[in-house]
Design a protein around this ligand. Structure first.
Ligand SMILES: NC(=O)c1ccc[n+]([C@@H]2O[C@H](COP(=O)([O-])OP(=O)(O)OC[C@H]3O[C@@H](n4cnc5c(N)ncnc54)[C@H](O)[C@@H]3O)[C@@H](O)[C@H]2O)c1
Length: 284
């Protein structure tokens, strides 16, 4: 059985990066997390250690938290990643220029055999790879939120990704105890493209008065065994986040992703889903 890579760099220790660092640490890797310095670096360290402590409380961590944390290092710049790094996962905010900058710095710091990956949820992996000297060693590893509890990782194959890298990345995902799906680089990959389309159709049905939100969600939960109906799922992700993805998919894939009026109105009214207490359902 393949193990996870021995030495992993994670650029950005926010919501996703801290989770990615946590799961590689728990699986036995040494992990260097790159953060912006100062308070951001301390906050990233806290996120990783709290995540590990939570895993230990649930009986889901082999070994003692302090021992696992002994394999974590925080650095202030991607240029400081060690030359012996096997895998770098970039998880900085969703801006192409920022991602290009940190990926280029990481590529110069690590050895030529290292694998570089991006956790982008919407940008073109092929376009991000075009800024690198070795785009063949680059691909997408799309983790889901929250990383420790989510089973799925999309392995996103860019135009220049060398075929053998895909198998290696899939084996690493399985060594984390997760399930890989291999997807060619295209807008929304597999997960967002299908999930968002279902959510948009559910909103259009609500607009047309076909049924109320509870009925639409229950139809999919009990009729199709979805763990969560499309409107409840939109509330969980955030209506603002869904709208931004829908706008991007509308631009790249066409009319079927046009955001419904009701979605725009709710975002304008600050009804963003669970995080504001109200979206398509109400939360106390
Ligand atoms: N949140 C999700 O549900 C989710 C799911 C899948 C993928 N993603 C993708 O993951 C990426 C990160 O998202 P997030 O939700 O973790 O964002 P976040 O804002 O929580 O974290 C980003 C982190 O990057 C740090 N950062 C900023 N500039 C940096 C730099 N130059 N060097 C090092 N660190 C820097 C920030 O301090 C912050 O801690 C995005 O590309 C996003 O699209 C997010």
């Amino acid at each position: 059985m393949t193990a996870v890579p021995a030495r992993v760099g994670v650029i950005g220790g926010g919501r996703m990066g801290a989770g990615i660092a946590q799961v590689f640490l728990a699986a036995g890797a040494r992990v260097d997390v790159v953060e912006a310095g100062g308070d951001a670096t301390e906050a990233a360290r806290t996120r990783v250690s709290e995540g590990l402590a939570e895993a230990a409380r649930r009986g889901k961590l082999d070994g003692d938290v302090e021992a696992v944390l002994g394999r974590l290092t925080l650095v202030d710049s991607a240029a400081e990643l060690p030359a012996g790094t096997d895998l770098v996962v970039e998880a900085v905010p969703e801006r192409a220029d920022l991602k290009a900058e940190v990926l280029r710095a990481a590529e110069s710091a690590v050895g030529p055999d290292a694998v570089l990956a991006t956790n982008t949820s919407s940008l073109s992996v092929t376009e991000l790879g075009a800024v690198l000297q070795r785009p063949a060693r680059f691909l997408g590893l799309h983790f889901f939120n929250p990383v420790p509890a989510s089973k799925l990782v999309e392995v996103v194959v860019a135009r220049e990704t060398e075929p053998e890298l895909v198998g290696t990345a899939s084996r690493w995902v399985r060594a984390l105890g997760k399930t890989d799906v291999v997807v060619q680089d295209s807008p929304g990959f597999a997960s967002s493209r299908l999930g968002v389309l279902l959510g948009l159709e559910a909103i259009r049905m609500l607009e047309e008065g076909v049924a109320d939100a509870e009925a639409i969600d229950t139809a999919m939960e009990l009729g199709y065994r979805h763990p969560m109906g499309p409107l409840r799922s939109t509330d969980l992700v955030g209506l603002d986040v869904r709208l931004a993805i829908a706008e991007y998919l509308h631009r790249t894939l066409g009319e079927r992703f046009a955001p419904p009026r009701l979605l725009r109105d709710k975002v304008a009214a600050g009804e963003l889903g669970r995080k504001t207490g109200r979206g398509f359902h109400t939360y106390s």
